[in-house]
Design a protein around this ligand. Sequence first.
Ligand code: ZN
Length: 85
Amino acid sequence: MLSQEYLADRKAHLQNKLLYIMSKEDSTQVKSLADNPRFAKIKNALQRIEDGDYGYCQSCQQEIEKQRLNYLPETPLCLACAKNH
Ligand SMILES: [Zn+2]
């Protein structure tokens, strides 16, 4: 079970990543942002934080390794499942 502090920290981190991606995008390319898979992944991770199922693998429902979340906060999969993909 992830602590509220940890979730808040991941949320801030993900929001910074979103802002960074948006700052890199030309305003004339707004459409491409929705098609950016990285952007979508981060958006999904933020949604999962809101829904309370962040940190659980979308494939096997096990908790994702914290080390992995630290490194790749937007990941929806645990290490074992990511390897099988
Ligand atoms: Zn898994």
